[in-house]
Design a protein. Structure first.
Length: 274
């Protein structure tokens, strides 16, 4: 490790962000663990105390302009734009309010937060902005369109920011996880049950796409992906490595056994017929 860094992780109340915040704090970094609500903050504080690590826990909803203004007063070396929500379901039927909310959090809120820190880092001539993308930012499957669309947007934003900020001393990269056991996929299934009645839906219930992806319109996405979800430990370690390294890949994709499949699916789009 080159030295202690000041690291802000949004969405640190659960999943990758929570474990990475605690791990990085345990390694001597000054970590600001930003959580959306008070119960998450209380849990973070209790776990940091249990581990005997110093952790600055803050309330930060990336869609709240007042919260973002407060955050921009912090001086950080590394920003992890990790906050995210997920919605799934047929794009021809999903309520637009839900679709917009995915973009408000995953895209607009995160970009507004990143803009303030980018200005800070440019003035200093150093810093790193890390975007939590996904395999869903590289490949699209039916009924995951709302979430995939937001992650595709992040891919474009991150690539443009990388090119724009690199000459100014600021690095930008992505982390692209596949399915991991964090509860995120299960929550998407829970959210789907709120509005979709499979018996009334006009969407196909089960089919195989032209790209060979088998799809089932189910109300339990966690169950659908259960066998393929992996232990999140390797992603937590990736967060640590990306935070501590001074250079590295723009795209950081795990699990490794999904990389070639994602590339094949991207390439197959060129020959996809209507």
């Amino acid at each position: 490790m080159a030295g202690s860094k000041r690291i802000l992780i949004t969405g640190a109340g659960s999943g990758f962000g929570r474990d990475a915040a605690l791990r990085l704090a345990g390694r001597g970094h000054h970590v600001i663990a930003a959580a959306e609500n008070r119960p998450q903050m209380t849990g973070l504080i209790a776990e940091a105390d249990r581990r005997g690590v110093r952790l600055q826990v803050e309330n930060l909803d990336v869609t709240n302009a007042l919260h973002r203004d407060q955050a921009h007063a912090w001086d950080v070396d590394v920003l992890f734009n990790n906050a995210a929500i997920g919605e799934m379901g047929p794009l021809s039927e999903i309520p637009m309010a839900l679709f917009r909310q995915v973009f408000e959090v995953n895209v607009f809120g995160n970009l507004a937060l990143a803009q303030g820190f980018a200005r800070q880092m440019v003035r200093r001539g150093s810093g790193r902005i890390v975007w939590l993308s996904s395999i869903a930012g590289l490949t699209t499957n039916p009924y995951l369109g709302p979430y995939c669309a937001s992650k595709y947007a992040i891919e474009s934003i991150a690539q443009a920011m990388h090119d724009e900020l690199k000459p100014l001393g600021v690095s930008v990269c992505t982390i692209n996880p596949g399915p991991y056991q964090t509860g995120f996929n299960d929550r998407m299934g829970d959210a789907l049950r709120v509005w979709l009645d499979p018996e009334k839906s006009a969407a196909a219930r089960h089919f195989t796409t032209d790209l060979g992806v088998e799809v089932t319109l189910a109300d339990d996405y966690g169950r659908m992906t259960g066998e393929s979800q992996k232990d999140p430990e390797e992603i937590v370690e990736l967060f640590v490595r990306v935070a501590e390294e001074d250079s590295g890949l723009f795209r950081n994709f795990l699990p490794a056994d999904r990389i070639e499949g994602a590339k094949r699916q991207q390439a197959a789009i060129w020959d996809l017929r209507q």
